[in-house]
Structures are given as structure tokens and as C-alpha cells.
Design a protein around this ligand. Structure first.
Ligand code: SAM
Length: 200
């Protein structure tokens, strides 16, 4: 069953010319919660290989912009577009929007980051939570008032408790496990709509 699900979305991504099957997770989230609009400025953390960047480029159009960072080498197949900038960077080295070549806060912050797994469950959960905490640390520096957030979270070791404490930062706060998520995966997505700077 797991194999069939993987096969279906993997093949669909290939057919639709997307770089990864993860695109269908973002598509489902966006269709359900209307996260991305034409003309938006977006930062995509952990973008590689880049299916979310491809999706965002189509959605925001020529007047929008997409900045992606990843610890992996820049995926040149996505290059050459005037409204896309990609950086090879570790999120832990990012402290301001200027570090990503930006001068204004953005409309949408996305994070599909996943740590390298060690196989030791508690260590992997801690690494994952560290990434989530870092994204929330950057939120007030990156997001405009009323901006939106989509972030991947791995369940376990305090993730739910941490997220409950962050709920009031947004007007709407949703949890979703997209249909294309592999059944063995512990991941889910948090969707924050309408960021409120006065709640930080
Ligand atoms: C599941 S993949 C993202 C797939 C992507 N959304 C797409 O649609 O093609 C997760 C990515 O997070 C990146 N990542 C993990 N830790 C990171 C960190 N500390 N800083 C930046 N990127 C990181 C990994 O290198 C990996 O490429």
C-alpha cells in the first residue's frame, strides 16, 4: 500500500514536470487554506530539489518573487528566472532578511526542511524540533503583518507543546497531514494564516 502511494505521486510528479512529489503536499495545503496569491514574495526554506519553488513560481507570476535556501548545492535547473533566487545556506546561519538578499518583509514563509536522520529516534526528533524553533525565531523578522506560514513538523518530543504556545501568533492556525504523505511518516504540516506582530 505504502509503495503504491509512493509510486502514484512519484509518477504523477514526473508526468507533470515537477522536481519532487512533495509538490502535491503544498498544492493540497494551498487549495485548502489559500496561502499563496499572485504577486506574493515567498521564502522557501529547505527548497531542494525545488518542486515547491516551481509551484510558487507558477502561482505568484512575474510580479511575485521566490527565494529558496538549502544546505545542498544550488539546483541550477531552476536558475535563470528573474524572480527566483537560490542560496546554498544552512538555516542556522540566517539572522536577517538581508542574509537572503531581501530588503522588505515577505508575504509567505515556507519550510519543508527535514534533518538528516541518524536512525536514533529521540535525536532525530530533537533535530527536527530545532529546525522548527529556528523558523519561529525568524518569523517576526521575515513575515509581514498578515503574512502566512507553512511548516513541516515531525511529531514527537515536545513538538505539539511548542506549537500550542505559538498558536496566538496567527489569526488562524491549522494542522494538516496531506494525502500524499507516506503512511510511515511522522510528518504533518502547520499552517499559520495572518501573522500578528503584536502577539510576538
Ligand atoms: C524534503 S526536502 C524539501 C523538498 C522540497 N520542498 C521540494 O519540493 O523539492 C528537505 C530539504 O531540507 C533541507 N535542509 C535540512 N536541514 C537544513 C538546514 N539546516 N538548512 C537549510 N536546509 C536544510 C535538506 O537539505 C533537504 O533538501
Amino acid at each position: 500500500m505504502t509503495f503504491k502511494v509512493k509510486d502514484h505521486y512519484f509518477n504523477k510528479a514526473k508526468k507533470d514536470n515537477f522536481l519532487a512529489r512533495s509538490v502535491y503536499k503544498l498544492e493540497e495545503i494551498d487549495k485548502k487554506f489559500s496561502i499563496i496569491s499572485k504577486g506574493d514574495s515567498i521564502v522557501d526554506l529547505g527548497y531542494h530539489p525545488g518542486s515547491w519553488v516551481q509551484y510558487c513560481m507558477l502561482k505568484v507570476g512575474e510580479k511575485g518573487s521566490v527565494v529558496g535556501i538549502d544546505i545542498k548545492e544550488v539546483n541550477e535547473t531552476l536558475g535563470g528566472k528573474p524572480n527566483v533566487s537560490l542560496f546554498q545556506k544552512d538555516i542556522d546561519t540566517v539572522e536577517s532578511i538581508a542574509d537572503l538578499g531581501l530588503s522588505d518583509k515577505i508575504d509567505v514563509l515556507l519550510s519543508d526542511m527535514a534533518p538528516n536522520t541518524s536512525g536514533i529516534k529521540s535525536l532525530d526528533q530533537d533535530r527536527s524540533l530545532n529546525l522548527v524553533e529556528k523558523v519561529f525565531e525568524l518569523l517576526p523578522l521575515f513575515l509581514k503583518e498578515d503574512g502566512n506560514l507553512v511548516i513541516k513538523v515531525f511529531d514527537g518530543n515536545g513538538a505539539q507543546k511548542f506549537l500550542k504556545e505559538k498558536k496566538s501568533l496567527f489569526k488562524e492556525f491549522h494542522f494538516l497531514r496531506p494525502k500524499s504523505t507516506r503512511s510511515v511518516s511522522k510528518e504533518f504540516f502547520v499552517i499559520g494564516k495572518n501573522f500578528r506582530h503584536d502577539r510576538v
